[in-house]
Design a protein around this ligand. Structure first.
Ligand SMILES: *Cc1c(COP(=O)(O)O)cnc(C)c1O
Length: 381
């Protein structure tokens, strides 16, 4: 089911599902067992054990995830942070160097700030939109270039195809966090990224009720991630994996509805007299609009904006909205709104670029008219 001609809606339902179905059930069962019989004479690699991610429910989920990202294979992890840190550990050794997008999401940015030196890794940051900064950061011991498909919370789209080509040319492993875009909007392997990481806690599951992550890529690279994962112990429990696999069935429907809502709201806010600035790649005035239009199918479910009237106006707006929850996280069926600078979300370095009146919005699947009406009312003087 993973052939290129299959449309994403179909893949989300059927991709990676075994035919004939296990036991004839159209829903793959949950194997909760931790350990499975081994045939006499089998090797260590044949052992099936839950921490190694080789329980049948885990393998089924891996096939589903690989199919959606168009990858050879995949591995599920206990969180998005486990996906990212395990991917980095699978490539980096003491003495190695890594180039990270300067805009990176707080969690991994703080991981690198606090742990890279202890691990013997050196890190330089670069601007995902400016190839000159990648070349400047490159060293003989560089192993990885790490970026995001849509940055959080500034909602920018870097030169993604260029970064993947740069990595290929210099023998680096390119790693991209595709959480904000999802494979509905962007499939990084198609432009040459080696490893794609997700916080499946967000849109892949979509219902704000589990922690999970995923890494997709080639067989040799994912074998290294699996090995690191089994040693660090971050595999995903099959019951959470079952919920994730169920969430994936509606991924295309949910994300397309979220993109439509984000766009409707961005267009409404863009023309509004009480809004100073809106960042949404679907707006023709966004600096990365052309790039997003060329690379993406849709423009994503996330936008950020700054009200006229500064942080007081931003806080008042968040307080008077009735539909979106005031909460961090993103990608679920319910709209969320947050002030990233206030939420302790950003790393100190990152905070420099994040104004305190910046409001981030994660579109849910409510009716666009209701969201726009709620913002319209909340913005009334
Ligand atoms: C939430 C998030 C993560 C971390 O994922 P967890 O599931 O919370 O561990 C990583 N990257 C991005 C872009 C995220 O939004």
């Amino acid at each position: 089911m993973s052939d290129d001609r299959t449309r994403f809606e179909t893949l989300a339902v059927h991709g990676g599902e075994p035919r004939p179905a296990a036991g004839g059930s159209v829903v793959h069962p949950i194997y909760q067992g931790t350990v499975f019989e081994t045939a006499p004479g089998s090797s260590h690699g044949d052992v099936r054990y839950i921490r190694m991610g080789t329980n049948p429910s885990q393998r089924h989920l891996h096939d589903r995830l690989a199919s959606l990202e168009g990858a050879e294979t995949a591995v599920a992890t206990a969180s998005g942070m486990a996906a990212l840190t395990t991917a980095l550990h699978s490539v980096m050794a003491a003495g190695d160097h890594l180039i990270a997008a300067g805009t990176f999401y707080g969690g991994p940015a703080r991981f690198l700030d606090e742990h890279a030196a202890r691990l013997g890794w050196t890190v330089d940051t670069a601007d995902p939109s400016d190839p000159a900064t990648w070349s400047e950061a490159l060293r003989p011991n560089t192993k990885i270039i790490l970026t995001e498909s849509i940055t959080n919370p500034l909602i920018r789209v870097g030169d993604l195809a260029g970064i993947a080509r740069f990595a290929r040319r210099h023998g680096l492993v390119s790693v991209v966090d595709n959480t904000l875009a999802t494979p509905v909007v962007f499939r990084p392997h198609e432009v040459g990224f080696d490893l794609v990481c997700h916080s499946a806690t967000k849109a892949l599951n979509g219902h704000s009720d589990i922690a999970a992550g995923a890494v997709t890529g080639s067989h040799p690279l994912i074998a290294r991630v699996e090995s690191a994962l089994s040693h660090y112990g971050g595999s995903l429990d099959p019951h959470a994996g079952f919920l994730l696999s169920r969430g994936l069935k509606t991924l295309a429907l949910r994300v397309r509805a979220q993109c439509a809502n984000a766009r409707a709201l961005a267009e409404f806010l863009d023309g509004h007299e009480r809004i100073a600035h809106v960042s949404y790649p679907g707006l023709p005035g966004h600096p990365d609009h052309g790039r997003a239009a060329a690379l993406f199918d849709g423009f994503g479910s996330m936008l950020s904006f700054r009200p006229a009237g500064g942080v007081t106006a931003a806080e008042a707006l968040v307080k008077s909205l009735r539909l979106p929850y005031a909460a961090s996280s993103l990608g679920g069926v319910e709209s969320l709104v947050t002030l990233p600078a206030a939420g302790g979300h950003s790393s100190p370095a990152e905070a420099e670029g994040i104004e305190e009146d910046l409001v981030r919005f994660s579109a849910g699947i409510e009716a666009a008219e209701d969201l726009v009406a709620d913002f319209g009312r909340a913005l009334e003087p």
